[in-house]
Design a protein. Structure first.
Length: 265
């Protein structure tokens, strides 16, 4: 997969970049990294929320600025050059970071007598990473196949002189709009995941266990790529009839069950 610039590779780069940024921002707030702290840059003067209740910044915000800065240095630092592969990787890395940044949300704690919430102290925190992952997965489904254009203004070097036009990514399908900063991009077809591919090391789906009754991605019809599947019975020993004995032990019997395993041909 690492040699193919396909849709799946774009997801790997984006989710990895997002994870690095996420963990760095969270680690600062948790005191795991000695060179950074919580993000205390928020204004602390009182404000009013939509319900009219006063609140002020406080607490310990996840340090998104640190996560973005060092996350970019870590993931983009290895991408050298100006070819399409380099541009694609940096774009997908940036998309991952942007999805993390845009999911920062305000969290608040009430203060006041008997929970009256006279005033609230608020800070910015990251959601569960699964939320970010779901967003990037959504972009994977709509990833844009691109080629390298050369439109736009001159890219400035350190000396202030133009170094040529800044490269950009254009959709192969002229009916599609140009990819946004949040979109995932790729420029090669995905390999066949049905058969063994020695160039990528992918073993194919032969022998993979599947669900004979599912119509989803784990179903035999889809996972086996139309080759069909075989079914075989096997015995499995499991704990059963468990009871609690005072005190303090759980006693279980061992039951032998016959199950059916379905695997792709």
């Amino acid at each position: 997969m690492q040699y193919k610039r396909c849709r799946e590779t774009s997801f790997i780069y984006s989710i990895t970049s997002a994870a690095v940024t996420y963990q760095l921002a969270r680690a600062c707030a948790e005191g795991i990294i000695s060179t950074c702290t919580c993000d205390y840059r928020q204004l602390r003067y009182p404000s009013v929320d939509q319900s009219g209740k006063p609140w002020e910044w406080g607490g310990c915000s996840d340090n998104m600025e640190f996560g973005l800065r060092f996350g970019k240095s870590f993931t983009d630092g290895v991408e050298k050059g100006r070819d399409l592969r380099y541009i694609m990787n940096r774009h997908n890395n940036g998309a991952g970071r942007l999805h993390v940044q845009n999911q920062m949300e305000r969290d608040c704690k009430c203060h006041g007598m008997s929970g009256s919430c006279t005033v609230k102290t608020c800070w910015m925190r990251l959601p569960k990473f699964r939320t970010v992952g779901d967003l990037i997965k959504g972009r994977f489904d709509g990833a844009s196949r691109v080629y390298q254009g050369n439109q736009g203004g001159l890219e400035q070097g350190n000396s202030g002189r133009g170094r040529g036009r800044k490269p950009n990514l254009l959709p192969v399908n002229v009916n599609h709009k140009a990819p946004s900063k949040k979109d995932l991009v790729y420029y090669e077809d995905s390999p066949s995941f049905c058969e063994y591919d020695p160039s990528t090391g992918f073993k194919g789906t032969t022998g993979r266990e599947c669900n004979a009754t599912s119509i989803g991605v784990d179903g035999c019809d889809l996972l086996c790529c139309g080759r069909g599947h075989k079914s075989e019975s096997y015995t499995s020993q499991e704990r059963c009839s468990c009871t609690f004995q005072w005190c303090c032990k759980v006693h279980c019997e061992i039951c032998t069950r016959v199950k059916i395993r379905h695997t792709c041909k």
